[in-house]
Design a binder for this molecule. Structure first.
Ligand SMILES: [Zn+2]
Length: 231
């Protein structure tokens, strides 16, 4: 009762609870799913702590869709948790990144899995990380389509990002292959997302990034080979 009164009071004085907690350093035992779709927090999938983080400037103007390729599709929470752990280990240990690269992933169990979250810069689309949220649709979607529920949750996650003010309401949706030389997110999934709201056929390749106002001069210098991200 006291707890509810406290919440009411905080709401009354203008404190809101719109943002889902980043459970990275402070896992809570009483997490409440703030979304209208199944959601698995970092602490629930037992994420390792990020080595470092950098803030992402939001709302971002782009959403980038990926497939994992490997690990392949997962259909249960247990399998999807394993996939998240495998991706995080691969990104942190083999690629030497700070954390799992994606901001979020969506499993074949229909749940969204918290990656870096809305407010942390991702490592999923090289030159495009600072202007986008990266969502990985777990599985290899070169010739097969993900289950309907997996796609519906991905769409609901994007809608939640817009509602929370982390994704621009005017956002553009692109496949990873449009900003980097890669087959990701697989032909079948790519053809699917072309039908989604907000899909944009621009950019078509890394070269197009040089003409985009959203892309910083520093990034353009890296694309042109005049600089590197280690500078
Ligand atoms: Zn990708």
């Amino acid at each position: 009762m006291y707890f509810l009164l406290t919440i009411s009071f905080l709401k009354f004085v203008g404190v809101t609870f719109a943002a889902p907690p980043n459970t990275l350093e402070h896992p809570s035992k009483n997490e409440v799913n703030p979304y209208d779709f199944p959601f698995v927090t970092r602490s629930e999938w037992k994420a390792r702590m990020a080595k470092q983080t950098q803030p992402l400037k939001t709302p971002v103007p782009y959403v980038v869709i990926h497939h994992s390729y490997t690990p392949g599709a997962c259909t249960t929470k247990v399998q999807c948790i394993k996939a998240m752990q495998n991706m995080q280990n691969f990104h942190m240990d083999d690629r030497d990144w700070w954390d799992i690269g994606y901001n979020y992933a969506v499993g074949g169990d229909g749940a969204a899995y918290e990656g870096r979250g809305w407010d942390i810069l991702g490592a999923h689309a090289l030159h495009f990380n600072s202007v986008s949220i990266g969502i990985c649709i777990i599985g290899d979607w070169r010739s097969e389509l993900p289950p309907k529920q997996q796609l519906e949750t991905a769409k609901a996650l994007i809608a939640a990002g817009v509602k929370l003010g982390r994704i621009s309401s005017e956002y553009k949706l692109v496949g990873h292959r449009q900003v980097r030389d890669t087959e990701c997110p697989g032909d079948a999934l790519y053809n699917e997302i072309k039908k989604w709201d907000h899909y944009s056929d621009h950019p078509t390749c890394t070269g197009d990034l040089l003409t985009m106002p959203e892309i910083s001069d520093k990034v353009k210098d890296v694309i042109l080979g005049n600089s590197t991200y280690d500078d």
